[in-house]
Design a protein around this ligand. Structure first.
Ligand code: AMP
Length: 181
């Protein structure tokens, strides 16, 4: 089972992704997490990625595809995976030929996501360098501009599962599981 999670920052992708990973016993991976790891490296690539992420911009498609393909070719992802944060552009979706099972869209309004993110920054222990308000607004703007066409792409291929992400966590999870069955 190869599942993709799509949604704006704050939609609950990592929460639901980790729950789905446990239920279906397949690994969860997030491109945001992968890029944050690379951004810590003291290399030209690490510095470049850090700069792009901190501004809330997207890593170029070629670089993203190269890194994601390298990860997904590892044996632990052979049986399937829950992938959070990719594809985020139509070019990524079209060039990614990994035979995904379904793309799950966690639908949450910008207002609700911002509300959640404001709460998260106060309570979360692990803070992110790329979580400035300016970067969050940029990410939301880029979601509407570049990632919404990805939803249309998967809808067209009858792979899109849409879920109301504003409901309580357990209900959202239940709805995803039912719609994946
Ligand atoms: P996230 O944790 O998913 O919000 O991702 C954090 C940052 O990583 C984004 O703002 C981008 O700079 C970068 N990133 C993550 N996934 C992608 C992707 N599929 N394409 C381009 N950039 C990405």
């Amino acid at each position: 089972m190869k599942i993709i999670l799509i949604g704006i920052q704050g939609a609950g992708k990592s929460t639901q992704g980790n729950m789905l990973s446990k239920k279906f016993k397949i690994p969860y991976l997030s491109t945001g997490h992968i890029f944050r790891q690379i951004s810590k490296e003291h290399s030209p690539l690490g510095r470049y990625i850090k700069e792009v992420m901190n501004a809330g911009y997207l890593i170029p498609d070629d670089k993203t595809l190269e890194i994601v393909s390298e990860y997904l070719s590892r044996p632990e992802y052979e049986e399937g995976y829950i992938l959070d944060g990719f594809p985020r552009t139509i070019q990524q979706a079209e060039k990614f030929s990994n035979g995904i099972t379904k793309a799950v869209y966690l639908k949450v309004s910008d207002k609700e996501a911002l509300w959640r993110l404001a709460g998260r920054s106060v309570t979360e222990k692990e803070t992110r360098d790329d979580d400035t308000l300016k970067a969050i607004f940029k990410r939301i703007e880029l979601f509407h501009k570049f990632t919404e066409p990805v939803l249309a792409h998967y809808r067209h291929h009858h792979k899109l599962v849409e879920v109301d992400g504003e409901k309580p966590i357990a209900e959202v999870f239940q709805e995803i599981v039912e719609k994946l069955a």
